[in-house]
Design a protein around this ligand. Structure first.
Ligand SMILES: *Cc1c(COP(=O)(O)O)cnc(C)c1O
Length: 435
């Protein structure tokens, strides 16, 4: 299906870059397609090297909540560029973004900037282990926390998309200290955390799961998790790399009213440039070098261009009604998807949505954890994805990812996307009959 310059570039890239891509899911393997190569983006749209335009619901996997090439962000970065790209010494921008983050997320007394979400989660776990003097990390099946060795056990995102059982190259000795349990399963959670034989340093969780497709926390799940970890002296880490500044300025923790000990951020706080961050309680953060003994560093951490993009993005998000308007748009879009699936694929699509992140699972549902997520018909998702791409809509190239509505999507564009969805669902319904 992919032809022209994209096809030629992919052929060349495969000889130069593993799989032709710098992050696995981009290769579009699981949707049975070769990738299109993108030349530029503007507002709600991506433009490929062959001149095709796509309405973008991938949002660069989450960061582009304002849409692409947002004037305030682009102008700020343009100005910063004129002042040089990196100094390796402190800058005012780091202090300004830290102030914005700490004001938005009261659980974070201090914050340290890094260059990716992966770095943020790795550093947060080191801090939790250093603080408690314990080893074991508890995570949840289907949650993804970047590609650190510790986390590649029943991980979500590309690991589940490509059907990789963990990863070769991760030593047994390391994953022995990771325990992965089902999401939203309170009895198993309590049993695991109270197991006296486990030397548990921390629990890390996506407070709304986004990397096995969108799965909201069951009522009481996060509250019980907070109560148990507090009682047992276990550090609670919220991985808000997707949800931070996505579900409101206060992230998922603000939305659900839960205060974690540590929080990891990424994606949106970089405004499309590489930024991650971790932060939390003062007594924990004061253990980080050079204040304390736990080491963590980065040559390009707090990079001035990246800080500038982050500051401009967060300031734009502070506009009154920003999140109410985004919520209303996402709710409108989700309601449209639901009525189309009821009409054409009754009982065969389970749509999960929290705020502006959503996933239509091609299964009867409900989808509440990794096991139910993986009942989804990935062949059908692939057919849907290809049909939408053909019609100029770019969705996440995997059933186990989120679709993001951004501030740049207009009502008309969402309506147009629903019309395209209708024609895609009609085709899927026919294919079902002839199967
Ligand atoms: C994307 C993501 C990460 C990893 O961030 P990178 O910047 O890709 O390293 C970690 N946790 C969650 C929840 C994510 O969605």
């Amino acid at each position: 299906m992919v032809t022209g310059k994209s096809k030629a570039l992919f052929q060349k890239a495969r000889n130069l870059i593993p799989g032709g891509v710098n992050s696995p899911v981009r290769a579009c393997k699981s949707v049975g397609c070769d990738p299109v190569f993108i030349e530029r983006a503007e507002g709600s749209r991506l433009y490929d090297v062959d001149g095709n335009a796509y309405l973008d619901f991938l949002s660069s996997w989450g960061p582009m909540i304002l849409g692409h090439n947002h004037p305030a962000v682009t102008e700020a970065v343009r100005q910063a560029l004129g002042r040089g790209t990196s100094y390796g010494a402190p800058t005012p921008g780091e202090v300004e973004l830290a102030e914005l983050v700490v004001a938005a997320l009261p659980s974070m007394a201090k914050v340290r900037f890094v260059s990716s979400g992966t770095e943020a989660t790795m550093s947060a776990v080191r801090l939790a282990r250093g603080f408690t003097g314990r080893k074991v990390v508890v995570k949840f099946d289907g949650c993804y926390h970047g590609h650190g060795d510790t986390f590649l056990v029943k991980a979500g995102s590309g690991v589940v998309t490509l059907g990789i059982p963990g990863s070769p190259g991760v030593p047994e000795d390391i994953v022995r200290n990771t325990v992965s349990i089902p999401y939203n399963d309170l009895p198993t959670l309590e049993k695991t955390l109270r197991d006296g034989n486990l030397d548990i340093a921390c629990v890390i969780v996506e407070p709304v799961a986004g990397n096995m497709g969108v799965i909201p926390p069951a009522p009481g799940f996060l509250g019980q998790l907070r109560a148990l970890t507090a009682e047992l002296g276990i550090v609670l880490i919220f991985d808000e790399v997707i949800t931070g500044f996505r579900l409101g300025l206060g992230g998922a923790q603000g939305r659900f009213g839960i205060t974690p000990d540590l929080t990891c951020l990424g994606k949106i706080i970089g405004g499309g440039l590489p930024v991650g961050a971790y932060g939390g309680k003062r007594e924990l953060m004061d253990l980080i070098a050079p204040e304390g003994p736990i080491y963590q560093a980065g040559t390009l951490s707090g990079n001035p261009l990246a800080m500038t993009a982050g500051i401009a993005t967060v300031k734009a998000l502070q506009a009154p009604d920003f999140y109410d308007e985004l919520e209303a748009k996402a709710a409108f879009f989700a309601a449209g998807l639901n009525s189309l699936s009821e009409q054409y694929l009754p009982g065969a699509v389970a749509l999960n949505r929290v705020g502006s992140m959503m996933t239509p699972f091609f299964t009867t549902g409900p989808v509440t954890d990794f096991t139910s997520a993986t009942t989804a018909d990935t062949v059908r998702y692939a057919a849907y994805w290809r049909e939408m791409l053909e019609q100029g809509v770019y969705l996440a190239p995997s059933q186990f990812e989120a679709a993001f509505v951004s501030a740049a999507h207009t009502r008309q564009e969402l309506e147009a996307t629903l019309e395209k969805t209708e024609s895609a669902f009609k085709k899927l319904a026919k294919q079902q009959k002839t199967r």
